[in-house]
Write a protein that binds this ligand. Sequence first.
Ligand code: ADP
Ligand code: MG
Length: 256
Amino acid sequence: MNSPIRRILVVNGKGGCGKTTIATNLAVAYACQGTHVALLDNDPQASSTHWASLRDTSLPTVEVVAKHERPNMYQTQTFHHRLPQDTEVVIVDGHSNARGRDLESLLRQTDVILVPMLPSSIDIRAGGHFITELLTHRIYRAAPRPVGVIANRIQPNTETHDKLMHFLGCLDVPVVAQFRDSPVYTDAAESGMGVVDMREVRAARKETAQWKRLITWIDAQSVEQAGTTVATLRMKMKPRAAKRKQGENSSTAAEQ
Ligand SMILES: Nc1ncnc2c1ncn2[C@@H]1O[C@H](COP(=O)(O)OP(=O)(O)O)[C@@H](O)[C@H]1O
Ligand SMILES: [Mg+2]
């Protein structure tokens, strides 16, 4: 059956703000609730792919597709063709240098955008510029879609946290989740896990509510915005001519 596919892009021009951490943990949070989730590793550094290689097969499945990898000469390079048929959610781990055409193609294939941000003045400044760039991007303006900021590595009740929240309050973009600065994230990254997998760890359990909150926000966004299926996505991506046409026509409903 063709189930609606939701495409979530995790992106920020700043490296180290937590894109891979958010993408992998969100994928796990979906997988743990029984959703068929695929993680698309858009970063040439392939951190999500490495994370997946560490993941125990007994844990809920997260399919990982490395965009920059061509598995063998007979397999298509178009990553959409490599998504499992039953995929319900695709999470894209966008890389920090996503600019110009790269950002353009990421935006075309996205229903919901998540922008992780760290609470330092350098990151707040860079994040602000990135969000402005995003909201004024012609592809985005042609078809605006939900954008949520994620405050990452927060230390509640500190001055930097207050500063971040004040800055974020001035943006026209909601803060949809806040994740603590906790070693549990490093532990998860090093074992191919997400914090939602780690039910026996108290610090991980404390984070679970925020992951649920994030999924609730994503799921509350219009299903119509997602408005496509893996099958239609594949069909539309198949012929080269159709693909080229899609590239020219940035605001086609199929791409939004
Ligand atoms: N909430 C967090 N608490 C602690 N460490 C974190 C947290 N989020 C990210 N990190 C760590 O910060 C580093 C950079 O995160 P990463 O997700 O790789 O960033 P990006 O993909 O944006 O470059 C990694 O070592 C990661 O484990
Ligand atoms: Mg990364």
